[in-house]
Design a protein around this ligand. Sequence first.
Ligand code: PD2
Ligand code: ZN
Length: 291
Amino acid sequence: MAKTTQQHSAAQTVTPALRQWIIDQAEAGFAPDVVLKSMQASGWSEDVAIEAMETTLSAHLAATQARKHLPAAVAVPEPALADSPLLLDAGDRMVQVLSVMRHPRLVVFGNLLSEQECAELVELARPRLSRSLTVATQTGGEEVHVDRTSDGMFFTRGESPLVQRIEARIARLLHWPEQNGEGLQVLNYQPGAQYKPHYDYFDPAEPGTPTILKRGGQRVATLIMYLSAPSSGGATIFPDVQLEVAPQRGNAVFFSYDRPHPRTQTLHGGAPVLAGEKWIATKWLREHEFK
Ligand code: PD2
Ligand code: ZN
């Protein structure tokens, strides 16, 4: 039986015309099993037909992806790491460099915020928390999203001396104008709360994105500052590079993305908090002034 199949397979040559027919069927919306049955009805053996469909469609998908427009790269915030320093001068504070990654561009900072600054931010934010919203990419507005089960609030830029001091420190550390920053966002995660993996840039393919970009252009970098550590869980995860950043109070993770594209490898999420609670403050940085 096996011999018969082999002989039969050898006789069946997959021509460019057949490959094109397979692509046409897929693009017309026919399910793989329907295409397979149709090939078998025309005399193709099942194994040859499956092999032809798999190789043809995976090559076609790869070619389609490669042709998709790659957005141009833009300038991004960047700390002064050329000489591999252990400490960076952020103006009013020396900040530790704990880990550096080239791709994705990612830096873990230690001691960015003092314990007192963390505690003050939490206390100022606590009475203003409400269920976190995400930017609605369909419309450019905001919406409650199941992927984000934390509570949050935004400070406006420069709204208090504490917020202003931290914003000036971030601008100095990352060499990026204060005016290009969104207001600080504070999030509180209770046990079980998480933030499913996502990109922070706005997807150019979404209909609401042009509206969002009117206010300062694309996001080009994120700084997540840990204000209060849970006793377990709650790491910031980067699934593309299998990295977990532990949410230690006063520390921060910075990552930049020079184009709104997955090839920046900046997919990231907040793992579920397992015990205790997690507080963070996030600063998103835009290309231009954020008004
Ligand atoms: O809390 C986090 O670790 C987290 C994860 C993913 C925060 C954000 N994204 C964010 O603020 O964008
Ligand atoms: Zn994020």
